[in-house]
Design a binder for this molecule. Structure first.
Ligand SMILES: C[S@@+](CC[C@H](N)C(=O)[O-])C[C@H]1O[C@@H](n2cnc3c(N)ncnc32)[C@H](O)[C@@H]1O
Length: 235
């Protein structure tokens, strides 16, 4: 896997949850994006921008690295330290009200972030689709429930997830929520293959949040949850 080459970045400072680079690698293996520097990708909810680094290096695109909790300045400094300032553009905006130009991006990618703000019918068509060029693609990965436990995250995982349990939904649920629109020509959601490795690499960082997650791995995370992949193709 290409993500094996990024192991030096799998640290408590860069990761904000189960290893996002493993999830991204699977999305880009399934839907390759052979881009060049003039192509623009929006990394939505990029966190520390590690996913943005992988996207820029592995697709060749220029990446707009947008996040809410991490400041533009902190990401600018990190991107300079990575010598990627010419290809990674930090942006600090709320995904609910982005101010990019219409048809600006060849692709929108979002890893372990979309569930925080987009679990509402109509969100994709109203808030994301306009920024994609005709023929553009959205690739999304979120943690969620296996299809057989759809709608049961409160009952099965609230001891672990507390008031965020409602964000954990199944691939079938996300397909419904992504919805339909005349410009959404293909919508695919699925349970991803990546599971144990991204979790184990998160635990290995020793991050406080990782240590808490690890306490629930065998009893809740492993039996009931998965990562949900989503792909939307624009006409
Ligand atoms: C668990 S972190 C994942 C970060 C990164 N994508 C990764 O996988 O390493 C979730 C990210 O979602 C972002 N986020 C949550 N709500 C958001 C919103 N309304 N607009 C933009 N980003 C948001 C947060 O800022 C946070 O960095």
């Amino acid at each position: 896997m290409r993500s094996d080459r990024y192991q030096e970045y799998f640290t408590a400072e860069n990761l904000m949850g189960p290893n996002s680079i493993r999830l991204l690698d699977e999305l880009l293996e399934t839907y390759p994006l052979p881009f060049a520097a003039e192509n623009r990708v929006l990394d939505l909810g990029c966190g520390t921008g590690l996913t943005s680094l992988f996207i820029a290096r592995e697709t060749g695109a220029t990446v707009y690295a947008n996040d809410l909790w991490i400041s533009e300045e902190a990401n600018r400094e990190r991107f300079a330290a990575w010598h990627m300032e010419d290809r990674l553009i930090p942006v600090h905006e709320d995904a609910n009200c982005l101010s990019f130009e219409q048809d600006m991006f060849d692709a929108v990618i979002s890893i372990d972030s979309y569930h925080y703000f987009a679990g509402k019918e109509g969100f994709f068509a109203e808030r994301i689709l306009p920024f994609l060029k005709p023929g553009g693609i959205a690739l999304i990965a979120v943690p969620g429930m296996k299809n057989e436990y759809d709608g049961r995250s409160d009952e099965l995982c609230s001891e672990w997830l507390t008031d965020e349990a409602y964000m954990f939904q199944s691939a079938e649920w996300w397909k419904t929520i992504l919805g339909t629109h005349e410009d959404m020509v293909r919508v695919h959601t699925w349970e991803m293959a990546a599971f144990d490795q991204p979790w184990q690499e998160w635990f290995a960082t020793g991050h406080d949040f990782a240590m808490n997650d690890q306490r629930f791995y065998e009893a809740m995370i492993k039996p009931y949850t998965c990562f949900v992949g989503m792909m939307v193709k624009k006409k």
